[in-house]
Design a protein around this ligand. Structure first.
Ligand SMILES: Nc1ncnc2c1ncn2[C@@H]1O[C@H](COP(=O)(O)OP(=O)(O)OP(=O)(O)O)[C@@H](O)[C@H]1O
Length: 259
């Protein structure tokens, strides 16, 4: 239920604009990898290339390879919809379907993939996904109530349950806590820690304490100036990136000197 991702020589474009240049990175299975760096350096753009979400924008494209356990996600004949079901995504703002019940929200991705399951199987899947998202106890008595009736932190955990229900190999998270209060943020961080037992997790975060708390590996991206492409500057063990980085720009960034 967990796969590694190897990126080779990836360039990412919006039309003619090269937004991210020449990234090669090996993301380990069953681990949490954090992407950090100043605004505009391409963290979110690069993240979205890992499950072929980038190309949903007209003119957006990539060059290079993204391999999941050796299979090129951009190879000929690969269906992006299948890729997205194997590599789930959680966004900055919790986005449950507001009028849908909590239960149906959990099942939404599964139904979107046209998977037919019985009511009994659905019940098991809903409970298991909500348990994995540390939300079951809070919602088990109101599964038929709308998802929009939950707090922001609960809604984000509901979105994580929805991602998990599809049984992905990898979960991508784009600043999943930036719209949440500190208590909900800690709940999500605890959850991320649990998720890595089963999944490969990649998280974009502006919060360096968060990167230090949740991840084993950290990738620091930077940008030389407006209009220039973002680049991967340094990648390594989170401890090393925060305490003993090799590159001066990394040290300046993690010590709060810019960005
Ligand atoms: N839809 C788009 N069309 C054109 N350019 C875009 C689009 N989205 C992002 N960009 C550009 O791509 C570059 C990288 O943006 P991206 O949002 O990936 O950076 P980021 O590091 O995630 O920033 P932040 O931390 O502010 O979210 C920026 O120059 C940005 O302006």
């Amino acid at each position: 239920m967990s796969k590694r991702i190897d990126v080779k020589d990836l360039n990412v474009y919006y039309g003619d604009f090269l937004a991210v240049e020449d990234v090669s990175i090996n993301i380990e299975a069953k681990s949490v990898t954090a992407f950090i760096g100043p605004s505009g350096c391409g963290k979110s753009t690069f993240l979205r290339t890992l499950n072929r979400m980038h190309e949903v924008l007209p003119g957006a494209r990539v060059e290079g390879e993204v391999l999941m356990d050796g299979d090129n996600l951009y190879g000929p004949g690969v269906d992006p919809v299948t890729v997205r079901s194997q590599i789930g995504m959680v966004f900055q703002r919790p986005n449950p379907f507001p009028t849908m019940s909590i239960r149906d929200n959990v099942l939404a991705g599964v139904k979107l993939n046209n998977k037919k399951i019985s009511k009994g199987e659905a019940d098991v899947l809903v409970e298991r996904s909500l348990q994995s998202a540390n939300l079951w106890n809070e919602v088990k008595d109101r599964l038929e109530k709308p998802g929009s009736g939950l707090s922001g932190g609960q809604q984000q955990r509901l979105c994580i349950a929805r991602a998990i229900a599809v049984e992905p190999q990898v979960i991508l998270m784009d600043e999943p806590c930036s719209a949440l209060d500190p208590i909900s943020t800690l709940a999500i961080e605890d959850l991320i820690n649990d998720l890595k037992d089963q999944y490969t997790v990649v998280i974009v975060t502006h919060n360096m304490q968060q990167a230090a708390r949740v991840s084993e590996k950290t990738a620091f991206f930077n940008i030389a100036g407006t209009g220039k492409p973002g680049k991967l500057i340094e990648y390594g063990n989170t401890q090393t990136i925060f305490n003993n980085p090799n590159v001066k720009a990394t040290e300046d960034y993690v010590s709060g000197r810019f960005g």
